[in-house]
Design a protein around this ligand. Structure first.
Ligand code: AP5
Ligand code: MG
Ligand code: ZN
Length: 216
């Protein structure tokens, strides 16, 4: 299956993509995680991307489309994937249609997770991430067993630089102006399912699986 996760910052795209990836045994591809990895490794692309990410802006389309095109052409994507954080501009959405056409595949579903702004801000300010495996936690809603330590791999947890309040507000503005229009784009194509993200994590996962025609 080829699935796109759409939704504002903090909606739970990464959290749900991780859960679905485990249950459905398909790859989770997050452009945000790819950029953060490149920043950590200090590659030329990472240093370029960091300038945009730190200010809450989008990395330029050409860069983003380039890394996605390369990733989706890899053999492990043939069985399907969950795209998290891509596309997020109309130009990227059209590029994705082109890339999938070249690979002789098509999108199966777009899952749009909607959550109100106040909840998003609370989720982002308490989010913690594993430095090693990118697993997601929240200090109140999904705390690790041992403070500051990843349950899955023992890695150290950190707070994303772009989860500072001011940057979060900028990311939400960017989302509303550049990414929200994709809801209409995919609805018109008959691919969109809206899921209420303001529920327990497990319930959100169940709703998504039901929308995809799979039982938990
Ligand atoms: P990216 O990493 O994609 O960030 P984002 O889209 O802003 O989304 P987030 O990762 O913040 O939120 P999420 O929906 O994954 O929520 P999560 O599951 O973590 O992008 C970062 C930057 O990279 C961009 O700003 C841009 O610069 C660049 N970039 C990336 N892709 C790009 C692209 N295509 N084009 C251009 N630039 C790009 O959950 C959030 C928190 O809430 C967690 O703590 C979690 O534990 C908690 N939580 C989750 N679900 C629930 C629930 N149901 N109940 C309670 N708490 C919950
Ligand atoms: Mg994410
Ligand atoms: Zn970890």
């Amino acid at each position: 299956m080829k699935i796109v996760m759409l939704g504002p910052p903090g909606a739970g795209k990464g959290t749900q993509a991780d859960a679905l990836s485990e249950k459905m045994e398909i790859l989770h591809i997050s452009t945000g995680d790819m950029f953060r990895r490149a920043v950590k490794d200090q590659t030329a692309m990472g240093l370029e991307a960091k300038k945009y990410m730190d200010s809450g802006a989008l990395v330029p389309d050409e860069v983003t489309i380039g890394i996605v095109r390369e990733r989706l052409a890899m053999r492990d994507c043939a069985k399907g994937f969950i795209l998290d954080g891509f596309p997020r501009t109309a130009y990227q959405a059209e590029a994705l249609d082109g890339i999938l056409g070249e690979l002789e595949g098509a999108m199966d579903a777009v899952i749009y997770i909607s959550v109100d702004t106040e909840t998003l801000i609370g989720r982002l300010s308490g989010r913690r991430i594993c430095k090693n495996c990118s697993a997601l936690y929240h200090v109140s809603y999904n705390p690790p067993k041992k403070e500051g330590v990843c349950d899955k791999c023992g890695g150290e947890l950190y707070q994303r630089d772009d989860d500072q309040e001011e940057t979060v507000r900028r990311r939400l503005e960017v989302y509303n102006s550049q990414t929200l229009p994709l809801v209409g784009y995919y609805r018109d194509k008959g691919l969109l399912t809206e899921i209420h993200g303001n529920q327990r994590r497990e319930k959100v996962t169940e709703d998504i699986l039901a929308a995809l025609g799979r039982s938990g």
